[in-house]
Design a protein. Structure first.
Length: 46
């Protein structure tokens, strides 16, 4: 099993987003999330 892509919605202030406030990720957290995902991919493909 694997993942070829990720899809997520982000916003600087999720509670103020026009839709889906409960599922939108805070924009400030995206760099750390991508770093963790990259580390997982690296570990799985090494």
């Amino acid at each position: 099993a694997g993942v070829q892509a990720i899809f997520l919605e982000c916003h600087p202030d999720p509670p103020k987003s026009k839709s889906d406030a409960g599922t939108i990720q805070p924009l400030a957290e995206i760099p750390a999330l991508l770093k963790r995902l990259k580390a997982i991919r690296t570990a799985l493909t090494a």
